[in-house]
Every structure is written in structure tokens, then in C-alpha cells.
Design a protein around this ligand. Structure first.
Ligand SMILES: [Zn+2]
Length: 334
């Protein structure tokens, strides 16, 4: 049963199965929780459960995963299920025809620029929400990164999530509920997604990522998020490639991407790993004096991390931060 593919979210999944089996589905829901804990996957599984053609699976509030409807949702081709994320939006914005030469490059470029779910995308999805369901089942309209909607987009969405027609479900997904407009929040039934356990993160990493480096450590430093574990793995590779010699901070900084936005994320991922290692050492330190010094180091590295978002050279901040690790007793690779 495909809900079983969602790992580590038993509470949310059992609630949704109850809704699907009982049929009392709200018109709008908000899936919230840390990035990389399975919110989008669960939203799609819920769409499958509502539209599955297998009565035995439906009776349990689950889906079969193999009928025409389930397969179409997995492939992103179901006419009544819309998953609007930055990729969806980038596709809307590419001017070229998708079969023409250079389309993929254009799409890549558009995707890299995405920062907000914009009003045109919301209008596209609300228009689809008004069309009759082609397959006769549920219309499910999923908006990812819903916190990135600016006022115009949020306002364009409001009246549609207020009282959607029968068998229409909106699912808004966010990792930053606190920054969302109250008018949106008040119209959505919230459903919390918890951080994943370390073992679950490792299980998902090894199942979904090929040749993931330092899977155990990445899971340890992930804070319960698969997305962060992937970043941690890349950061660990970066750190390990330049471990020897006094010039290693410079070597790590020099290995960052040439693209500013990418190098910023990479530098932050390295500092996240350092912070997680420091934090782990701090909470297990029995000597209060040493613990207080560690608390100070933690604060310093949090400041470095903030500086990366402001500084024009993430490499420079990272190098300075890593050099200051010299006098600190922290073991990242243990
Ligand atoms: Zn099915």
C-alpha cells in the first residue's frame, strides 16, 4: 500500500487514512514541518488514496499504487491532480515550446531563478480548480513552498480555498508556517509533520540517493530532515577532501561553487555540519566550565552562518570560520 512508502510520519499518515476512508475531507489543508520530512510525498499519496480505482485499497483509506489513476499521479500526468512547485512554475515561465531545442537549458535557468510562488501560477492553478474533474474523482491542488507566496498571490488564492466545490481539496505545503499570512492559515486545517528519526533518515538516504557519502554521519547531522542530510553529505565530502595540512580552511573555501547562490548554500551546509557537531559535543559535556565555552563557540558559528547570507563572499566567511576551529576541540568525522 503506497502510504507505507511514507517513512517516519505514522501519525500524519494514519490521520489522512482516516479522512480518506471516512470521506470527511476538508476543503483546504496545510501540511507543515521541517523541509525534507516527506510532506510533498504524503500529499501525493493522499491524492492517490482519494482517487484510487481499487475498492479494497480505498476501503482502508489507502491506494493500490498500480491502477491507472495511481500511476498517473506518480508520473505527474493525472488531469485532476496539480502539484505546483518551483519546477511547475518554471515550466509555465519558459517561453520556448517544450519539444524545441534548448528547452531543458532554458528550464534549468528559470528554475534557478525561482524564489516565490507568484500570482500567475496561482491563477493557473485556481483556473484548473474550477474545471470539471476529468476522471470523475477528487481534484487535488497542491501548492509547495506556500510561504513564498507574496500578498498578490495569497490574495488570488483566498477565495478559492475558502469554500472549494465538493470533491476539491487544496493542500498547501510549508516549512515556515510562522511567516504565512493569517488569512491563509485560518482557512486551512493544519497537519503537523515531525522531524524524522536518525535511522529513518538513513533508510531513506540509502534507498533514494545513489552512492551517498557518509550516510551515517549525514543522518546524524540532519536534524531529522532528508534534504538537510543530503546537504550534510555534500558538506562532509567537501571537508574530507581538504582535511590535511594547515591550509585546509582555504582549500575548503576554494572548492565552493563559482556561482554565488550555490556557494552560499554550500558554505551554509558546511557550517551546519560544524554546528551540529559542536552542539552534539556541548549537550554531552559534563564539565560546566567547558560547556559554557562551547556555548560561546556555538554562538560564534551561528554568527558566521548569518554572515554568509549578508556577505558578498561566502568563501571568505567560511575560511575565517574554519580557521577559528583550530583552538576548538570538535570531532566532525567521529
Ligand atoms: Zn490505485
Amino acid at each position: 500500500m503506497p502510504f507505507a512508502d511514507v517513512l517516519g510520519q505514522e501519525k500524519a499518515v494514519s490521520y489522512l487514512k482516516g479522512l480518506a476512508a471516512g470521506g470527511k475531507v476538508p476543503g483546504a489543508m496545510l501540511f507543515f514541518g521541517e523541509e525534507g520530512v516527506g510532506k510533498a510525498k504524503t500529499a501525493l499519496e493522499f491524492a492517490k488514496a482519494l482517487n484510487c480505482m481499487d475498492p479494497a485499497a480505498r476501503a482502508q483509506g489507502d491506494s493500490c499504487g498500480v491502477c491507472q489513476s495511481c500511476r498517473a499521479i506518480s508520473q505527474g500526468t493525472h488531469p485532476d491532480v496539480v502539484f505546483a512547485d518551483f519546477l511547475y512554475q518554471a515550466r509555465l515561465e519558459v517561453k520556448k515550446d517544450f519539444s524545441s531545442k534548448g528547452y531543458e537549458e532554458e528550464l534549468e535557468k528559470e528554475l534557478a531563478k525561482q524564489q516565490h510562488i507568484n500570482v500567475d501560477t496561482i491563477r493557473d492553478v485556481t483556473a484548473k480548480s474550477q474545471q470539471k474533474a476529468v476522471a470523475g474523482g477528487w481534484k487535488v491542488l497542491i501548492i509547495d513552498a506556500a510561504q513564498t507566496m507574496q500578498a498578490a498571490a495569497a490574495n488570488a488564492l483566498l477565495k478559492f480555498i475558502e469554500e472549494p466545490p465538493y470533491k476539491t481539496l487544496w493542500i498547501l505545503i510549508t516549512s515556515k508556517r510562522a511567516t504565512m499570512l493569517k488569512t491563509i492559515l485560518s482557512r486551512c486545517q493544519p497537519l503537523a509533520f515531525a522531524p524524522l528519526g536518525e535511522e529513518t533518515v538513513k533508510q531513506i538516504l540509502t534507498a533514494t540517493q545513489q552512492d551517498i557519502a557518509y550516510a551515517d554521519l549525514a543522518a546524524k547531522y540532519s536534524g531529522g530532515s532528508v534534504a538537510r542530510a543530503v546537504k550534510a553529505s555534500q558538506a562532509l565530502e567537501l571537508l574530507s577532501s581538504a582535511q590535511q595540512g594547515p591550509g585546509w580552511p582555504c582549500a575548503v573555501a576554494g572548492a565552493l561553487s563559482r556561482t554565488l547562490a550555490v556557494s552560499r548554500v554550500e558554505a551554509q551546509s558546511v557550517l551546519d555540519v560544524v554546528l551540529a557537531a559542536l552542539h552534539g559535543a556541548w549537550v554531552t559535556e559534563p564539565d560546566p566550565q567547558k560547556a559554557s565555552l562551547m556555548r560561546r563557540d556555538l554562538k560564534k558559528f551561528e554568527d558566521y552562518k548569518r554572515a554568509i547570507t549578508r556577505n558578498v563572499s561566502p568563501a571568505l566567511v567560511l575560511e575565517t570560520a574554519l580557521m577559528s576551529l583550530d583552538g576548538i576541540n570538535v570531532k566532525i568525522f567521529d
